[in-house]
Design a protein around this ligand. Structure first.
Ligand code: ADP
Ligand code: MG
Length: 699
């Protein structure tokens, strides 16, 4: 463990503002800063100077390679390393890195998913430097955050649409701010603080579980005698091995300039959480990817494995990622913070309404942005927010909106009917008392917390949809207000109308309640898409395509390719699970049952040779196990057929339905029989560590 202070080590591997200021000439620094803050184009001589300063800095820190670091649609990050070396005439080498190397790269990208955007003969894509996210050093390599596009300009990654969505929101939010007389704000950006959940198990246990190795989750496993029922793990004392891991991880993250802040035990045994302090969405997204990578690397140093899967264990909570989101100006005003004056509060209410409208109009986009095979296990089970999207506002804000909608007095407003934008709109305190953990989208005082995200997924998808949808609400508002004869009346009417039209999305009750599903779908007409195949095709619904293309967040071709890629990822992931299950059933589970049956049968024969005894234990268990083994055997045959049938699907949507309707149920049937068998077979005959071994393995 290092003895240096945290401020000393913080950001030491990052080419951040402090370094830029120190190593760049004033002119170069100013023009780079303009590029970072305002998106101004960087001229090539400046790029050369930035590159050479970056190289000197990186080499002085021991770096030998550089890479364009990007986020293809596989969901993980990609990097191809090049060393800085170039031959020099004297037979030696120099360390070279040009502006061109910095700005653009050409990975051989033919194997990344493109959903048909590129034919393989024109497989080249290119990476383009994103100067708004700082370069950093990892494993002796200078990593340059980049966007990844095809030569025809289509985005092949998650960063490009995210940056576009931030720009769309910026543009529309500035229009609104102007209407409220704010001419000083130069830009509005969205911020995110993602709370990351994960599990830790020992490497020793991991090595014995092919299912975790191949799929990230257990496909078999009878419940342990103890799970999370005592609530003794949540916020409990952190075990020494885990604390050592967390300390080491924090240091690595701090060196990378990541503001690792809060750590605690989560609900399930072996489950933990780490939250950084929030930052600009683009940076938060990059850093969350980096954080997940570091979690796995640091765990390995401690003889542990970090599981980021959404549902590693049946029967205890899975892992998610709470996406705390807000909008603020470059001058530091949080637009989701209730203000000190009525006028500020009117502006706050307008931004609040923009979010309410956005979430209602684009429920489907928010749902599908978090859809993966892994996250399907959480949404809809009573541990994570339901698949139905709704908003929690809390009592006070709900009462204010009610009063505005109905022109009735609000208690806090001295019993006067409120008209927005004038002096009677009440001052109200930030209400941070959010105890409703069942809501997918909760207002928490000065930000919204979108809770449906899966633990392993990039937060880019959720945020690009959220930003785009809010940009659309703001655009509609700005169009209307810019042409209004009387601003205050128009504002008042528009807020009132938003509340009337969209109050169906507001729900402060228990999202786990069966009655809510009924009310949400039958009375309120909210969308309920329990699985990935249910929601993903809606990306191409006309209203969604129109909105996303009009704000230039996606092109239509990009949207089509994304549906294909996301569904293809879903199919592949489940098929890997199915094949793993087949192999484990036939080569581990069935032989273990057989082995124990033989043992029992041998014991019966031995006993009967010396005495006339009933041997009812042995014969009952043999009968039971024999029946369960037949079920596993038949189930494996069914699963094999279901898997092979998916091969004849004519397109990926049909394939995803076949997987949802045939493959997954066949997997569940095998598991049920195998898990029951586990409870009868002796520990020595069972080759897999039990749930108890896995969940309580870290001391
Ligand atoms: P909890 O949800 O556990 O009560 P907090 O609400 O304080 O904890 O913070 C959770 C996350 O929200 C942290 O990452 C924090 O930095 C982030 N956060 C706090 N304020 C904002 C904000 N205005 N915008 C975005 N994220 C924020
Ligand atoms: Mg929180």
């Amino acid at each position: 463990m290092e003895m240096r202070s945290v401020p000393e080590m913080f950001g030491e591997n990052v080419f951040d503002d402090r370094v830029m200021r120190a190593v760049l000439t004033d002119d170069v620094y100013q023009s780079l800063k303009k590029t970072i803050d305002e998106g101004a184009k960087l001229d090539s001589s400046v790029a050369d100077q930035v590159a050479s300063a970056m190289r000197d800095w990186a080499v002085s820190k021991g770096a030998t390679h550089f890479t364009h670091w990007f986020q293809p649609l596989t969901g993980v990050t990609a990097e191809k390393h090049d060393s800085f070396i170039e031959p020099s005439p004297d037979g030696g080498v120099i360390m070279a890195f040009s502006g061109k190397n910095l700005i653009q790269g050409e990975p051989d990208a033919s194997s990344f998913p493109t959903g048909g955007i590129r034919a393989t003969f024109e497989a080249r894509g290119y990476t383009a430097w994103d100067p708004t996210s700082y370069a950093f050093i990892k494993d002796k390599t200078l990593c340059i955050p980049t966007a990844f596009c095809s030569y025809t300009g289509e985005a092949l990654d998650k960063k490009t649409p995210l940056l576009r969505s931030m720009e769309a929101l910026n543009k529309q939010a500035l229009r609104i701010l102007k209407l409220f007389g704010n001419d000083t704000a130069k830009y509005v950006h969205t911020s995110v603080g993602p709370e990351q959940e994960y599990f830790l198990i020992t490497k020793e246990m991991y090595d014995k579980r092919p299912d975790i190795k191949y799929t990230g989750r257990t496909l078999f496993g009878a419940k342990a005698p103890k799970g999370q029922e005592m609530d003794d793990h949540y916020f409990g004392v952190i075990k020494p091995k885990v604390q050592e891991f967390m300390n080491d991880l924090n240091q690595e993250l701090w060196k990378l300039g990541i503001l690792a802040k809060t750590e605690h035990n989560e609900v399930a045994p072996a489950q933990h959480e780490l939250a950084p302090i929030y930052s600009s969405t683009n940076i938060a997204t990059d850093q969350n990817q980096l954080m997940m990578e570091m979690m796995q690397k640091v765990a390995a140093r401690h003889g542990l494995v970090c599981l980021l899967h959404e549902k590693p264990f049946a029967g205890v909570n899975g892992s998610g990622k709470h996406n705390n989101w807000s909008m603020s100006t470059d001058t530091g005003i949080n637009l989701l913070s209730p203000g000190a004056t009525p006028y500020e509060n009117a502006q706050f209410l307008l931004f609040l309404c923009a979010v309410i409208k956005a979430v209602d109009d684009y429920q489907d986009l928010l749902r599908l942005a978090v859809a993966t095979a892994g996250n399907d296990h959480r949404l809809g089970a009573n541990e994570a927010p339901p698949a139905i999207i709704s908003i929690f506002l809390g009592d006070e804000l709900s009462a204010i909106l009610d009063a505005i909608e109905n022109d009735t007095p609000y208690a806090g407003a001295e019993k006067k009917i409120m008209k927005l934008g004038v002096d009677v709109l009440p001052r109200f305190a930030r209400d941070t008392t959010d105890r409703n953990r069942t809501s997918p989208f909760a207002f928490t005082g000065n930000k919204f917390e979108f809770r449906s995200l899966g633990s392993s997924n990039s937060i880019a998808c959720a945020n690009m949809m959220l930003n785009a949808a809010v940009a659309e609400s703001l655009k509609i508002y700005a169009d209307r207000l810019e042409n209004a004869e009387d601003f205050e009346t128009a504002l008042h009417d528009m807020i009132k109308k938003t509340i009337k039209d969209h109050k169906r999305i507001l729900f402060n009750g228990n999202g786990y309640d069966e009655a809510w599903v009924k009310e949400a779908t039958e009375v309120r007409g909210l969308a309920n898409y329990p699985t990935t195949p249910d929601c993903m095709p809606h990306l191409l619904d006309e209203k969604n395509v129109t909105m996303l293309t009009s704000h230039k967040v996606f092109t239509e071709a990009e949207l089509k390719s994304r549906v294909d890629i996301m569904l293809d990822n879903y199919c592949k992931q489940v098929l890997i699970e199915a094949n793993t299950m087949l192999e484990m059933s036939r080569r581990m589970i069935l032989p273990s049952i057989e082995c124990y049956e033989n043992k029992l049968a041998g014991s019966v024969a031995a006993k009967k040779a010396v005495a006339s005894v009933a041997c009812s234990y042995e014969s009952d268990v043999i009968t039971k196990l024999s029946d369960l083994a037949d079920k596993v055997y038949a189930g494996a045959n069914d699963l094999e057929k279901a898997v092979s049938d998916t091969g004849s699907a004519s397109d990926v949507i049909t394939e995803s339905y076949a997987i949802r309707d045939n493959v997954i149920p066949a997997m569940n049937a095998i598991r049920q029989a195998a898990d029951e068998a586990e409870t009868y077979v002796s520990k020595e005959c069972w080759p897999l560590p039990s749930y108890g071994d896995l969940l309580f393995s870290v001391k």
